[in-house]
Design a protein around this ligand. Sequence first.
Ligand SMILES: *[C@@H]1O[C@H](CO)[C@@H](O)[C@H](O)[C@H]1NC(C)=O
Ligand SMILES: *[C@@H]1O[C@H](CO)[C@@H](O)[C@H](O)[C@H]1NC(C)=O
Ligand SMILES: *[C@@H]1O[C@H](CO)[C@@H](O)[C@H](O)[C@H]1NC(C)=O
Ligand SMILES: *[C@@H]1O[C@H](CO)[C@@H](O)[C@H](O)[C@H]1NC(C)=O
Ligand SMILES: *[C@@H]1O[C@H](CO)[C@@H](O)[C@H](O)[C@H]1NC(C)=O
Ligand SMILES: *[C@@H]1O[C@H](CO)[C@@H](O)[C@H](O)[C@H]1NC(C)=O
Length: 353
Amino acid sequence: MVCMKTWLVVTTHVVSVIVVLVNGKSQVPGLYIFGDSLADNGNNNNLPTNAKANYTPYGIDFPNRNPTGRFTNGLTSIDIMACHLGFKDFIPPFANTSGYDIFKGVNYASGAAGIRFESGRQLGSVISLGEQIRNHKIIVSRITERLGSYERSLEYLRRCLYYVNIGSNDYINNYFLPNSSTSATYTPQQYAQVLVRQLSLYVKDLHDAGARKVVMVGLGAIGCIPRFINTTTGSCDNDLNAAAFLFNENLKGLVDRFNNKSDGSKFTFVNSTVGDLTDPSLGFMVFTSSCCPTRADGQCAEGGVPCSNRNRYFFWDEFHPTQAVNTLTALQTYNGTTPGFTDPVNIQTLVHS
Ligand SMILES: *[C@@H]1O[C@H](CO)[C@@H](O)[C@H](O)[C@H]1NC(C)=O
Ligand SMILES: *[C@@H]1O[C@H](CO)[C@@H](O)[C@H](O)[C@H]1NC(C)=O
Ligand SMILES: *[C@@H]1O[C@H](CO)[C@@H](O)[C@H](O)[C@H]1NC(C)=O
Ligand SMILES: *[C@@H]1O[C@H](CO)[C@@H](O)[C@H](O)[C@H]1NC(C)=O
Ligand SMILES: *[C@@H]1O[C@H](CO)[C@@H](O)[C@H](O)[C@H]1NC(C)=O
Ligand SMILES: *[C@@H]1O[C@H](CO)[C@@H](O)[C@H](O)[C@H]1NC(C)=O
C-alpha cells in the first residue's frame, strides 16, 4: 500500500525539514486531527479506561494484523484521507510524538471523548476536546520554538489542514445515558446549541492558533448503529437520530460563520448522513450486527473470532464502521461529488483554494 512507505528521516536543522515538507508529495504540509474513537489511533492505549482497542481482533486487517488502538479492523477514514492527501506515513498519535514528526501533523483523538469534559468518563479517562486543544497548544509552542519565531510558526500552521470529528459521545456517552444530568437539564434543541456553542469556542482557539483550513465532521445516524438498533424490528432509534440531526444543523451554522470571516478561513462541513450505503452495488450486506463478537459494552470481545467477509459488514463492533466503510467515507470526503456530502467543498478543493 502506497501510504505505508516511511518518511525520510531528517535529523538536520530546520531549513532542510521545511524543504522536505514543501517539496514532499503531500498537498498540505501538516494534518492535525481532533476527535473520538472514529479517529483515535492509540491515544487511549495507556489511559485507565475501558474505551481502548489495543487488543485483538481490533487491527486484524491492519499491516501485520496489529492492534494499534484504532477502533476498527484496519484503517480509520482519516488514515485513508491522509493517504489521499499524499502523506507517506500515518499521522502519529499525540501520545507518541517526537522531534520533527510534529510538523507533518499530530492525531489528538481519544476514544469516548466528547466536546463536554464529562462525556465518556463513566468508562474511565478520556482526553476531552478541550484537553486535545491544550495538547495542540503544546505542539504549537514546540513548532514555534523550532521555527524560531511566532510569525513563521503561524505562517506554517495556516497552510496545514485541521480535521475535527467529535460529538457522538456527547450523546451516546452522556445525554442518552440512563442517569444523565444533561438530558434532565436540556431539551435536544437546547443541548445541540449548548454543544455547538462550546465547540465554537474550541474552534476559535484553533483558529487563533493559525487554523484556516478546517474540516468539521457532523454526526452520522447514531441511532442506526447495532448498539441502538431494535433487534426485534431492526429499526433505528429515532430519538438518537433526531438529536444528531439537530447537532448537525447547528454545526453547519458554525461552519458558515467561520467561512464568513474575511481572513482566509476555509471551513467545510461533512454530512455523514448523505448517501445510501445500503445500495447493493457497494457490496454491504450486514447492517444491523457487528462483525466481531462483542462484550457487554459493545466493543469486540478480546480474542473473539470476527466474521471473515469483512467487506460485507457495515459495522465492525457495535459502534464503529469497518475499514471497507471507512474507505468509502474517506474518498467521498476527499474528492467525492455526491451533492451535500461535503458542504460547501470536498477536501481536495479545500486544500487547493
Ligand atoms: C511510536 O513512534 C515510534 C517512532 O516513530 C514508532 O516506531 C512506534 O511504532 C510508535 N508507536 C505507536 C504505538 O504508535
Ligand atoms: C451513571 O451510571 C453509570 C453506570 O451505572 C455510572 O458509572 C456513572 O457514574 C453514573 N453517572 C452519573 C453522573 O451519575
Ligand atoms: C423493539 O420493538 C418492539 C416492537 O415495536 C417493541 O415492543 C420493543 O419494546 C422494542 N425494543 C426496544 C429495546 O426498544
Ligand atoms: C444532512 O443530510 C441529510 C440527508 O440528506 C439532510 O436531511 C440534512 O438536512 C443535512 N444536514 C445539514 C446540516 O445539512
Ligand atoms: C455573513 O456576514 C454578513 C455581513 O456581515 C451577514 O449579513 C450575514 O448574516 C453573515 N452570515 C453568517 C452565516 O454569519
Ligand atoms: C479521487 O482520488 C482518488 C485517489 O487519488 C482517485 O483515484 C480518483 O480518481 C479521484 N476521483 C475523482 C472523482 O476525482
